[in-house]
Design a protein around this ligand. Structure first.
Ligand SMILES: N[C@@H](CCC(=O)N[C@@H](CS)C(=O)NCC(=O)O)C(=O)O
Length: 211
């Protein structure tokens, strides 16, 4: 199996999910930080819509985390369950993570990330947190059925959702205690070497506390 190269941004949840998927498959990925000048030039050449992640496998260049994850799932160890129903569920969770959790959490992250605290738009943050929390009951219910969202093992669903929860924690948004299954599920991933090793160092320190 050839070594993969990933044009990467450490806290981008789309890059992060690719790193988790590769780590779950024990595949070596050379992470190329997009902020490095020579990587930036390569990225500008390879990414027509100017987004990360970009995966390079020999002469194959893939943009967008969706196709990248599907490619990894088809060319390496299982990242999707065997049954078509559970495969569809895993993919559906990926969409849920982006459309529900991600959409809300990005408001919190964008507001807090680049500004001093006394300039934060508290209403924007409250709205973001509200949207994120509204997304939790559906996940809590799904975790009634097993330790992971689509079967007994982490799948693409966890690859995509874990960064959303890890970012939430990093930006001060806790999962309330009335979601005990979600809290256990996060801990299950935090103690999993693939999830930990794929996380940015700053976040890893916060996750260690959580476990
Ligand atoms: N649908 C894309 C979304 C990727 C995306 O939004 N990436 C952001 C970073 S998190 C990006 O590239 N933003 C522009 C930039 O950083 O220059 C995917 O799944 O890969």
């Amino acid at each position: 199996m050839s070594a993969l190269r990933l044009i990467d941004k450490p806290e981008c949840p789309f890059c992060w999910r690719v790193r988790i998927a590769a780590a779950l498959q024990s595949r070596e990925v050379e992470s190329l930080d997009r902020s490095e000048p020579e990587v930036l030039a390569e990225w500008q050449r390879l990414s027509p819509h100017r987004s990360v992640p970009v995966l390079i496998d020999g002469d194959l260049v893939l943009t967008d985390s969706g196709p990248i994850l599907e490619y990894l799932a088809e060319t390496g160890m299982a990242l999707l369950p065997d049954s078509p129903r559970q495969r569809a569920e895993a993919r559906s969770w990926m969409a849920y993570g982006d459309n529900v959790l991600g959409r809300s959490m990005r408001e919190v992250v964008f507001e807090k990330r680049d500004k001093p605290e006394d300039e934060w738009d508290q209403e924007r943050i409250r709205e973001g947190v509200r949207g994120f929390l509204q997304g939790l009951p559906t996940i809590e219910k799904a975790l009634d059925n097993g330790p992971f969202l689509a079967g007994g093992q982490p799948t693409l669903a966890e690859c995509a959702l874990f960064p959303r929860f890890a970012l939430a924690l990093t930006y001060g948004v806790e999962v309330p205690s009335d979601f005990p299954r979600i809290r256990q599920w996060i801990k299950r991933m935090v103690v999993h070497p693939a999830f930990m090793s794929a996380s940015p160092e700053r976040v890893r320190n916060i996750l260690v506390e959580y476990a």
